[in-house]
Design a protein around this ligand. Structure first.
Ligand code: BGC
Length: 482
């Protein structure tokens, strides 16, 4: 770590309020492995990953980080990191293999142990109930295209609430329903690999209904913790000032951001611009009762932010954050690059100032309806070797994280552009390199390097940087990171 980093640690730490949460986030399917162990059932992602060509280099999620068998080691890494909170996800098919009916004692016990180990390490558990691993039997019946999945989801959430509700500090119902609909049902680059384009919209409504029913189920189960949701938000910009680019950017903003946040926070769907209405037909007529179910009071709002999106007229694939598919060529618009920004290993623009702008936009849009907010994911992949010996100098990740946290703090500080947003905490995506969905193990987002041959964990410089930040804040001064 350079002197400059140490200075920025000091400066950042000084701006963190005494109750600000520093955390890291992960997801079950990306780290656990042991897909057939301990009574777990298969998920839609298990099946998708087996299809040739679906995962880069044919990588398999079967072992991932082997976190299922190495939980104590990983909790120890987090304890030494000095974080306040760990956001992890409960695997629905590990807890309820068929997605309905019987619960799996071994699966419940696994998360019981994880939660107890976290608490013993002084780390507060934030549990996500759904991070994309739909039980396969439900996926086979249409997954989120089928309304009954919402009801099944709420039943599983009630059981999780009853079992863990005395110890989990925050509950996140869904992680990024937009990614599930867009990548999974509309474009086919994620599980379940369907290419329904705009006909995928029922999966939006059913996920949102699942969210609303889950909030009610958790509260009925008497959970002690706070309840919220984690939505991905990407500020959308038109490629040019041309009318069609601006119009399509509005439509994209609606599909990417507002169609999820508006019903949850405001209790209604956004109105598409007149010319785009036919595209939204498959959403159908929404019952008021559904909107009331979706529009539940939340204790916090989870914001996942990675980058802004630029939208241009016409089909094309010159820049896509998730890879390209044939389905994209049937659309009237495409996402374009931001030549003015540097990029991450995934090719995503590094645009930290947009996080502050986004916080402002959210407050403008939702006003009093916006609950206190956690940044539930923020992070980046950069090219790193598969095997390492000695220190891992990931200065790009350190500056990415410092800039994003810095912009969020500046925006929400008195006098900042989003001073009226209550920012409760920041979770780095992610603790350790893991199975990055369709990109397999090719994108490393972790503070900790994982050698996927030996499964050895090696903290990167960014780990020591985050550790120094946490220590500096607690003790009021930066300490020697290693
Ligand atoms: C997801 C994570 C994913 C990360 C990086 C987020 O959208 O919640 O599961 O690994 O982005 O792609």
């Amino acid at each position: 770590m350079t002197v400059q980093d140490a200075v920025s640690v000091q400066a950042l730490a000084a701006r963190l309020g005494p109750h600000f949460t520093l955390g890291v986030a992960s997801a079950a399917f990306q780290i656990e492995g042991s897909l057939a162990a301990g009574g777990r059932g298969p998920s839609g992602w298990d099946a998708f990953a087996e299809k040739p060509g679906s995962i880069m280099h044919g990588h398999s999620p079967a072992i991932a980080c082997d976190h299922y068998n190495r939980t104590p080691e990983d909790v120890e890494l987090m304890r030494a990191l000095g974080i306040d909170s760990y956001r992890f996800s409960l695997s629905w098919p590990r807890i309820q293999p068929d997605g309905t009916g019987a619960f799996n004692g071994e699966g419940l016990d696994f998360y019981d142990r994880l939660i107890d180990q976290l608490l013993a390490a002084g780390i507060s558990p934030m549990a996500t109930l759904y991070h994309w691993d739909t039980p396969l039997p439900l996926e086979r019946r249409g997954g989120w295209m089928n309304r009954t999945t919402a009801e099944r989801f709420a039943e599983y959430c009630a059981a999780a609430g009853r079992r863990f509700g005395d110890r989990v500090a925050q509950w996140v119902t869904l992680n990024e329903p937009v990614s599930v609909t867009l990548n999974g049902y509309a474009l086919g680059v994620h599980a379940p690999g369907r290419t329904l384009l705009f006909d995928a919209l029922p999966s939006v409504h059913h996920q949102l209904l699942g969210h609303g029913l889950a909030v009610q189920a958790l509260r009925a189960a008497g959970v002690k913790g706070a309840v919220g949701v984690a939505n991905l938000h990407s500020p959308v910009r038109p490629a040019t000032r041309k009318f069609t680019d601006r119009l399509l950017a509005r439509v994209f903003d609606l599909m990417m951001n507002r169609i999820y946040a508006d019903p949850i926070l405001l209790g209604h769907y956004p109105k598409p611009p007149l010319v785009a209405r036919p595209w939204f037909r498959s959403l159908g007529k929404i019952a008021d009762a559904d909107l009331r179910n979706i529009h539940q009071p939340l204790d916090f709002y989870g914001l996942n932010y990675y980058c802004p999106v630029k939208v241009a007229t016409g089909p094309g694939t010159d820049h896509s954050p998730v890879g390209t598919t044939d389905a994209m060529s049937r659309l009237h618009f495409h996402t374009a690059a931001f030549p003015e920004y540097g990029t991450t290993g995934f090719g995503w623009p590094v645009a930290p100032e947009h996080l502050g702008i986004l916080l402002r936009e959210l407050k403008d849009r939702y006003g009093e309806a916006l609950p206190p907010l956690y940044i539930t994911e923020s992070g980046a992949s950069f090219p790193e070797p598969d095997h390492v010996s000695g220190p891992i100098a990931d200065a790009e990740r350190i500056s990415y994280l410092a800039a994003h946290l810095g912009h969020a703090l500046a925006a929400t500080a008195p006098g900042g552009i989003a001073a009226d947003v209550e920012l409760l905490g920041y979770y780095v995506w992610t603790l350790m390199d893991n199975f990055e969905w369709a990109a397999g193990y090719s994108q490393r987002f972790g503070l900790v390097h994982v050698d996927f041959k030996t499964l050895e964990r090696t903290p990167k410089d960014s780990y020591y940087w985050y550790q120094a930040l946490s220590r500096a804040r607690r003790r009021g001064q930066a300490t020697e990171p290693r």
